[in-house]
Design a protein around this ligand. Structure first.
Ligand SMILES: *[C@@H]1O[C@H](CO)[C@@H](O)[C@H](O)[C@H]1NC(C)=O
Length: 171
């Protein structure tokens, strides 16, 4: 019985080292550093924001208020109006829910105003919308990749579940 407990302890220590090792490798230090220590709710984030529209990207970002996105809006949404030669006419940026970013809501199209083209993009995560979309390549819905925090959390959960299962089998 004693050796079994030792085995369990070793197993748990190995799992903990695995989890913490993984955490150090994929942890986004830059995002953590940018983040203030007090957030209004878990997973809260900010977007570059100019809901009334700015003349170009520089002026949108320059005057963007430093406010948290409402709960349930996990994405940043950007609309960019351009003339025929691609110069900015107007830029709007805001926090958005997933339905504003899905499917045909992003991309480039003509507007009702002759010679004015519109590109819409979305991205996932804290202040991810620094740039404006200019063509079909960047007017997309960019979601976080597998190295994101939620992926790490699900990996940890899986390992802990596996550890518990093994412990219960041994005891
Ligand atoms: C799209 O716009 C980006 C940034 O302005 C540019 O670097 C890229 O070459 C453009 N792509 C196409 C296919 O025009």
């Amino acid at each position: 019985m004693e050796s079994q407990l030792e085995m369990v302890a070793l197993l748990l220590m190995w799992l903990v080292s695995l989890v913490s090792g993984q955490g150090a490798k994929t942890f986004d230090w830059h995002a953590a550093y940018d983040y203030p220590s007090s957030t209004p709710f878990p997973d809260s984030m900010k977007c570059w924001t100019c809901v009334d529209g700015a003349d170009d990207n520089y002026n949108c970002n320059r005057w963007a208020p430093d406010v948290w996105c409402p709960e349930g809006t996990r994405y940043c949404h950007t609309v960019h109006h351009m003339n025929e030669v691609g110069q900015s006419i107007k830029v709007w940026k805001k926090c958005a829910a997933v339905d504003e970013c899905s499917g045909s809501n992003v991309g480039c199209s003509n507007t009702d105003i002759p010679g004015v083209k519109k590109c819409v993009s979305c991205c996932e995560g804290h202040i991810c919308n620094y740039d404006v979309p200019t063509n079909e390549t960047n007017a997309v819905f960019e979601r976080q990749t597998a190295s994101s925090a939620s992926y790490l959390r699900s990996t940890e959960l899986l390992l802990v579940t596996a550890a518990l299962f093994i412990v219960l089998r041994i005891l």
